[in-house]
Design a protein around this ligand. Structure first.
Ligand code: NAD
Length: 473
């Protein structure tokens, strides 16, 4: 048996595995812990437990489920200090922002009290009433990436369980520990089998999506993997919700107050070391303010500390894992090889940590890799534009369609531009906002289906129309 204290939670019990995976601290590149490596029998046991728990769970009332989810939130809050420290260690993000994610996940679970599965009445005539109920699907397979491992798990747990489903949840192999710990904590609150957390290497995701015991897959990750998930789901027509990659454009109009907006624009791109699906990944700046804003952003980058997340003055941590570090370095290498002008921020710690300086790319061509690809790391292309039609066309010229932003003193003008962006979300004079009540829906290859809000809740249900006759008086 593996010797890690972090166990999987299957049917309410902690489960160890014979083999384990290594967990690395990205601030120093060192293995500091191990996590279980699930094999087929663990997956089968988790699915069996979730299936066995489903009939009783779906029969609980909405109010009971809301109350239990609120107790889950309280458990996470009680253990926020421990989870925050663990989060920074496995993820790299500075402590204060790590705490934001832990408490944000608890907040998401609590928000269940304001959500309910609706019953639609499509006819209520003299002769009959037609009610459309939204019933739970069964056992949900939830697969989560490493960039927001805890919050994105909560985005799935809350609506799936609230709608009456049970779940088997898998964290990314890069960030398994907080999720395993939360699985154990929530196992103290929820009936056995309602939420099972398993963990493993690269082989586990495909094993899960191929498993016939799941009725639904909810997946957040890259577009490339999302396509594989959809293919696997097709075999037995599992329902899927896919939240995938983005290459979000942010458009800055000439009438903004540069002193007021520069810092927000910067954080909208670089928060979490730019490992945010809805981060600004292409910053379009009107030509009349381009040089001034570029210089302000560069000045902010030069004074922003990138370092170990446990140090109090660190603003951004390392890239979360070696694979992603290599991808971003490759993108930067390509930019250099093509003679693009890179504006680097503050120097980063040397050593084995996955640190990359915050880097602005000064007006690269539209077809350069740094513009076309989702960097998912601290590289931000700044792009000059002249007029609205042109910038809208360039912003939409991508296979992605997750989110976008428009900054302008003229909110009406910004709204008009927002309507022309082919994305599921547009922020005006703000960024990175999401709420449990607002659907997040990737357009084009950024997703399939919806997370959050009533629309996201309904993704965990199937409609059932009941035709009820009325007695003629
Ligand atoms: P990834 O696709 O490599 O992995 C995501 C998860 O899928 C991990 O748990 C991984 O173990 C698992 N997985 C890998 N191969 C699988 C397979 N064949 N079948 C099933 N599961 C498999 O993504 P990542 O690198 O962890 O995350 C970064 C990506 O996620 C970025 O593209 C980012 O934009 C996207 N993302 C999207 C959202 C959103 O809401 N749209 C949110 C966060 C991240």
């Amino acid at each position: 048996m593996s010797t890690t204290p972090y166990l999987m939670t299957i049917n309410g019990r902690g489960v160890a595995t014979p083999d384990s995976i290594r967990v690395v601290n990205p601030a120093n590149g060192q293995v500091f812990e191990r996590a279980p490596r699930a094999m087929t029998e663990h997956l089968d046991a988790a699915v069996d437990a979730a299936r066995a728990a489903f009939p009783r769970w779906r029969a609980t009332s909405l109010e009971q489920r809301q109350a239990l989810l609120a107790s889950c939130a309280a458990k996470i809050e009680e253990h926020a200090d421990e989870l925050t420290a663990l989060f920074t260690r496995e993820h790299g993000r500075p402590l204060a922002q790590a705490r934001e994610e832990i408490l944000g996940a608890a907040g998401w679970l609590k928000a269940s009290r304001y959500l309910k599965v609706p019953v639609d009445v499509t006819e209520d005539s003299k002769t009959r009433r037609v009610e459309v109920h939204h019933e739970p699907l069964g056992v949900v397979c939830a697969i989560v990436p490493w960039n927001f491992p805890v919050l994105l798990a909560a985005w799935k747990i809350m609506p799936a369980l609230l709608a009456g489903n049970t779940m088997v949840l898998k964290p990314s192999p890069f960030t398994p520990l907080c999720t395993l710990r939360i699985g154990a904590l929530l196992g103290e609150v929820l009936p056995p089998g309602v939420l099972n957390v398993i963990c493993g290497g690269d082989e586990l995701g495909p094993m899960m999506t191929a498993h016939p015991g799941f009725a639904k897959i909810t997946f957040t990750g890259s577009t490339k993997t999302g396509k594989r998930v959809m293919e696997a789901a097709a075999r037995d027509l599992k329902r899927v919700t896919l939240e995938l990659g983005g290459n979000d454009a942010c458009i800055v109009m000439p009438d903004v107050n540069l002193d007021e907006v520069a810092e927000s624009l910067f954080f909208g791109a670089f928060y979490n070391t730019a490992q945010v699906c809805v981060a600004t990944k292409r910053l379009y700046i009107h030509e009349s303010i381009y040089d001034a804003l570029r210089d302000r952003l560069h000045a902010i980058a030069r004074k922003t500390k990138v370092g170990d997340g446990t140090e109090a003055d660190t603003v951004f941590g390392p890239v979360q894992n070696r694979l992603q570090y290599r991808r971003v370095m490759d993108l930067l290498g390509d930019a250099r090889a093509n003679g693009l002008k890179l504006l680097e921020g503050a120097p980063v710690p040397q050593g084995d940590g996955y640190f990359i300086p915050l880097t602005l790319v000064d007006n690269p061509p539209d077809d350069s890799r740094v513009v076309v690809e989702e960097a998912f790391g601290p590289v931000l292309p700044l792009l000059k534009f002249r007029d609205v039609d042109e910038v809208v066309e360039r912003a939409n010229r991508t296979e992605y369609g997750l989110a976008g932003a428009v900054w302008s003193a003229d909110v009406e003008q910004a709204k008009a531009i927002a309507h022309r962006l082919d994305t599921g979300t547009v922020w005006i004079n703000q960024n990175l906002q999401s709420t449990p009540f607002t659907p997040l829906a990737g357009h084009k290859q950024s997703g399939f289906g919806v997370e959050n809000g009533v629309a996201g809740l309904l993704e965990f249900t199937v409609p059932k129309a009941i035709f009820i006759p009325k007695r003629a008086d």
